[in-house]
Design a protein around this ligand. Structure first.
Ligand SMILES: NC(=O)C1=CN([C@@H]2O[C@H](COP(=O)(O)OP(=O)(O)OC[C@H]3O[C@@H](n4cnc5c(N)ncnc54)[C@H](O)[C@@H]3O)[C@@H](O)[C@H]2O)[C@@H](O)CC1
Ligand SMILES: [K+]
Length: 206
């Protein structure tokens, strides 16, 4: 039977691993981003040798940090990247800020999303939803809830707008074809499977 962890249990496991000195938060984020890229190419192998365009949406927390890692990894593989940010990048938590700085070194730039009005996103082969993960605390702002995601839609950890613990209905959420979570499934992933979303659990070495 699949072992399922709540978001609080997941945070405790991550914190214990980091506190033990066995692994840094930054390294966990790198493994998380790599896990999403690997699952994406395992799901759509035709994309491995045919880099196209990817839209990456990065939120204000560590889910956004995963997004910056994924953008960098796709850029290194020759993809045309369009990165969008929500919130003030100057207020990102430390590991996400470090990956935003690495992204800036790629010299591609980014576009802020308007939280009130949905931004028109370009056509793309992949869209990566790294806006909110297990840290979502309230309904999505209207400018996010109304986004139309192009191409194959990949949710990082949790589709933005969904409560990872499936305990409360937080309102509209972004759609996903593939959702890549880390270490163990969370309660929402059982619901997502029933909705036809492919779930991949990436091993991040915890
Ligand atoms: N070291 C770590 O902690 C790791 C974290 N990971 C990623 O980090 C995620 C959790 O990161 P966080 O705890 O930073 O949480 P999130 O990145 O999910 O979101 C937290 C941020 O969103 C804001 N927020 C919440 N709901 C909002 C709403 N409706 N509108 C606007 N702002 C809202 C909060 O104020 C906070 O700034 C996981 O889902 C996973 O993707 C992975 O990188 C693995 C390692
Ligand atoms: K997400």
């Amino acid at each position: 039977m699949t072992e399922i962890l709540t978001s609080a249990q997941m945070r405790a496991i991550e914190a214990a691993a980091i506190d033990s000195g066995r692994v840094s938060g930054l390294e966990l984020m790198e493994r998380a981003g790599r896990g999403v890229a690997d699952a994406t190419f395992a799901t759509w192998p035709e994309l491995i040798c045919a880099p196209g365009r990817a839209v990456v949406l990065c939120g204000p927390g560590n889910n956004g940090g995963d997004g910056y890692v994924i953008a960098r990894l796709l850029f290194e593989r020759g993809w045309d990247l369009r990165l969008y940010t929500l919130g003030d990048p100057a207020r990102l938590p430390p590991d996400a800020a470090a990956n935003a700085a690495r992204w800036q070194a790629c010299d591609i730039g980014s576009t802020p999303l308007d939280p009130q009005t949905p931004t028109a996103l370009p056509e793309a082969d992949l869209s990566i939803d790294a806006l909110f993960g297990i840290g979502l605390t309230r309904p999505l702002p209207p400018g996010v809830a109304g986004l139309r995601l192009p191409g194959h839609r990949i949710a990082v950890d949790v589709p933005s707008g969904r409560d990872a613990d499936a305990a409360q209905d937080l309102g509209p959420a972004l759609p996903a074809d593939l959702c890549v979570t880390f270490h163990r499934e969370k309660p929402v992933h059982e619901m997502l499977k029933r909705e036809g979303v492919k779930i991949v659990v990436a091993d991040i070495g915890l």
